[in-house]
Design a protein around this ligand. Structure first.
Ligand code: SAM
Ligand code: DTB
Ligand code: SF4
Length: 327
């Protein structure tokens, strides 16, 4: 479909009273027989969304590599030898050209990512221009720029930003084993600023980093129990990057990924749950299982930030085979 208004991709119903989840309750979801869990997740999904509609966002890395942070999974940290070419902030015209292509191919949202701890004010001014121009194409806009300082979220809102992506990434208890240069509380602080500025929150995490099932359940609880659940919840499967400390982590059981999607769907009934990084390594059948578990959003385009994503032709064929429409 053409790039849509926000209203066109809103959930069928928003009327779910907020409730608080406990880690034990979410662990109990994980421990359900898979068929029962899928049935429950699908019921929640159908109460709030069109079950055959999937939102598609295209990603572009507008500033690649050289990041000061030490996130153990990330190809873009300057601390690891990952063979990645460090690049400067991309010129505006190249960003707009990429957004036009994404729109023509059928993405409704364009997400621009920068490998920063957080944006300097002069860099932010250039990103604001990107947001204005992409918005003017009639696309929804999203950026992920790291931690924000006071006043920066308001500037992004004024430029027309629809979503800010900032993942909690993992359970607060496990966070220090993956990232030491900033804290889980720092992430929460930026999420507060985004929410207060009236920008939609996109926040999720990565699984398969060596965390326990309890850590996974706790991450879901920390997202679901935010003062307001994120409108968009990306669930990333670790993409192991040679040269990073997590390069050799064994691959998680794919059903555990499906269970995590289902837990996100059940605990955040009106959020868009995004089947995010790791899709390239998944079979079409596993992706279909993720949609059945309640995922209704994905990254669309041949690249994520620095790693691959399924070709658009493969995704288009999958949508046709599943009878799913893009929104
Ligand atoms: N620097 C900003 C930040 O950290 O929020 C924005 C870019 S950062 C690359 C965005 C997100 O990508 C991370 O929060 C993480 O969830 C995800 N990510 C990064 N590397 C990944 C990997 N190797 N596998 C899966 N997800 C990854
Ligand atoms: C998110 O949760 N996943 C995207 C987006 N938000 C910015 C990024 C995935 C990155 C995967 C590894 C890479 O391509 O560098
Ligand atoms: Fe930097 Fe973001 Fe990568 Fe962490 S995840 S190293 S903050 S680009």
């Amino acid at each position: 479909m053409q790039a849509s208004s926000l209203a066109a991709v809103s959930p069928v119903s928003q009327s779910v009273p907020a409730r608080r989840w406990t880690v034990d309750e979410v662990l109990a979801l994980y421990e359900m027989p898979l068929m029962d869990l899928l049935w429950r997740a699908q019921g929640v999904h159908r109460a709030h969304f069109d079950p055959n509609a999937i939102q598609r966002s295209t990603l572009l890395s507008v500033k690649t590599g050289g990041c000061s942070e030490d996130c153990s999974y990330c190809s873009q940290s300057a601390r690891y030898d990952t063979d990645l070419e460090r690049e400067r902030l991309m010129p505006l015209d190249e960003v707009v050209a990429a957004a036009k292509v994404a729109k023509e191919k059928g993405a409704s949202r364009f997400c621009m990512g920068a490998a920063w701890k957080g944006p300097k004010d002069n860099d932010l001014d250039r990103v604001l221009e990107m947001v204005r121009e992409v918005k003017a194409l009639g696309m929804q806009t999203c950026v992920t720029l790291g931690m924000l300082k006071e006043g920066q979220a308001e500037k992004l809102k004024d430029a027309g930003l629809d979503y800010y992506n900032h993942n909690l990434d993992t359970d607060k208890e496990f966070y220090g084993q993956v990232i030491r240069t900033h804290t889980h509380d720092d992430r929460l602080d930026t999420l507060d600023q985004v929410r207060d500025a009236g920008i939609n929150v996109c926040s999720g995490g990565i699984i398969g980093m060596g965390e326990s099932r309890k850590n996974r359940a706790a991450l879901i609880v920390q997202l679901a129990n935010l003062p307001q659940a994120p409108e968009s919840v990306p669930i990333n499967n670790l993409v192991p990057i040679p040269g990073t400390p997590l390069a050799d982590k064994p691959r998680l059981d794919p059903f555990e990924f499906v269970r995590t999607i289902a837990a996100a769907r059940i605990t955040m009934p009106t959020s868009w749950v995004r089947l995010s990084a790791g899709r390239q390594e998944m079979s079409d059948e596993l992706q279909a299982l993720c949609f059945l578990a309640g995922a209704n959003s994905m990254f669309y385009g041949d690249h994520l930030l620095t790693t691959g994503n399924p070709d658009v032709d493969r995704d288009d064929a999958l949508f046709a085979r599943l009878g799913v429409k893009a929104v």
